[in-house]
Design a protein around this ligand. Structure first.
Ligand code: FMN
Length: 374
């Protein structure tokens, strides 16, 4: 049997006018614009940005994509408190936890200095911001004002804002790590679901992408599902479509794009990492996320480590130490570099457009190999 239609045409490409069902997530606006202009869809992560900064970044992107669709990703999690100040949360951290941080500092010779807030790192102004439902809501207001084509909700259930987003013509996507989370969002009327497998970089659930994607696609039909976690080549794009996905959602691969503004040492770590060099831990902010493993991960796994605190206390506890590791480039401890297992596939820096083109060509070759192309 021969295909009579383009296998890369899916509900995602039709809705947003894309050439390819490939979404790139990232914090670098240049890569987002490149991917949008090359036929995919870029989704810009605004974690840590103020509403004013988001407004500036969205204007910058809008001016360069010529009306093409893009998305904006906001971290809204049910485990974030409603409101509160840094001082209030700090006061809730037990003294024993601070003592543990001091112990780590001594063991790893981490200098007690760091670059001041306001320093620009990887294209972003570093600033002290505590993530609450209230601060996320302020970020979401900017998306509503801009009527962005897509709002991607990292972690939490965006049910509370779906009607408002829809009223402004904004489609809503939710990232999930478990089938039951997907079903909840599907029932709330979400437009797209990202089945985020545990292979992926950044926050991710406990289930592998290959296992999770078809379950979510079945449970949430006809809501389109995108497969995420471990996608770093064209054969995986073809496989994701075969699993019932309407496309792929990718992150780690774009850290190796030529246009990316990440620090060179960070990019080198991702390029050098093998799949087995990453680890999924929750000591950073209380939620599990995958990054390049370091000696500090081993310490948090030992019996003298204190229990993980609820959000946002855990990130307030670890923030100063991780920044000091980063700023002083403490050898072999290293700042937890967000990175998925797909790092094993990524060995050289390439322009974003080339990454996309290579994936598309390899995907089509795979379809052709099995006689699925006319
Ligand atoms: C460095 C890094 C930071 C990330 N930050 C976020 C984030 O702020 N919001 C989000 O929804 N996903 C975030 N993710 C996860 C991505 O959206 C995506 O689901 C994941 O990278 C897909 O797996 P892959 O890394 O194997 O491509 C991040 C991923 C990486 C690598």
């Amino acid at each position: 049997m021969r295909a009579t239609k383009n296998p890369l045409e899916t509900p995602l490409t039709k809705e947003f006018g894309l050439q390819y069902p490939i979404v790139s997530f990232g914090h670098c606006r240049d890569v987002i614009v490149e991917v949008c202009n090359a036929g995919g869809m870029g989704v810009f992560g605004v974690a840590g940005l103020s509403p004013e900064e988001i407004d500036i970044e969205l204007k910058w992107i809008e001016e360069r994509v010529g009306g093409k669709a893009f998305g904006v990703d906001v971290i809204v999690s049910g485990s974030m408190p409603q409101t509160g100040t840094m001082e209030e949360f700090e006061a809730q951290i037990p003294p024993g936890h601070w003592a543990w941080i001091e112990k780590l500092r001594k063991e790893f010779n981490i200098p007690n200095t760091r670059l001041p807030d306001g320093t620009v790192i990887g294209g972003r102004v570093r600033q002290e911001r505590v993530a609450t439902q209230e601060s996320a809501r302020e970020q979401l207001e900017v998306l509503l004002e801009h009527r962005v084509p897509l709002f991607a909700c990292a972690q939490g259930n965006p049910a509370f804002i779906i009607p408002e987003m829809h009223a402004r013509g904004v489609k809503v996507l939710g990232l999930i790590g478990l089938v039951r989370q997907a079903v909840r969002e599907h029932q709330a009327g979400i437009d797209y679901i990202v089945a985020h497998g545990q292979d992926g970089g950044g926050h991710c659930g406990p289930i592998g992408t290959f296992t999770l994607t078809p379950q979510v696609a079945r449970a949430c039909a006809p809501t389109p599902v995108l497969a995420a976690g471990g996608v770093g080549c064209g054969r995986q794009v073809a496989a994701a479509l075969m699993l019932g996905a309407a496309g792929v959602w990718t992150g780690t691969a774009w850290l190796t794009a030529k246009e990316h503004d990440i620090e060179p040492w960070y990019q080198e770590k991702v390029l050098a990492a093998r799949s087995e060099d990453t680890v999924r831990t929750n000591w950073g902010d209380g939620a599990f996320r995958r990054h390049v493993a370091s000696r500090i991960d081993e310490r948090w796994a030992q019996p003298d480590a204190p229990p993980i605190l609820p959000r946002p206390m855990q990130s307030i506890l670890t923030r100063e130490l991780t920044l000091q590791i980063h700023d002083n480039k403490v050898e072999n401890v290293y700042y937890p570099i967000g990175c998925g297992q797909t790092a094993g596939l990524l060995n050289e820096v390439k322009p974003a457009r080339q990454i996309l083109d290579e994936w598309v060509n390899e995907c089509l070759e795979a379809f052709e190999q099995y006689g699925l192309l006319t």
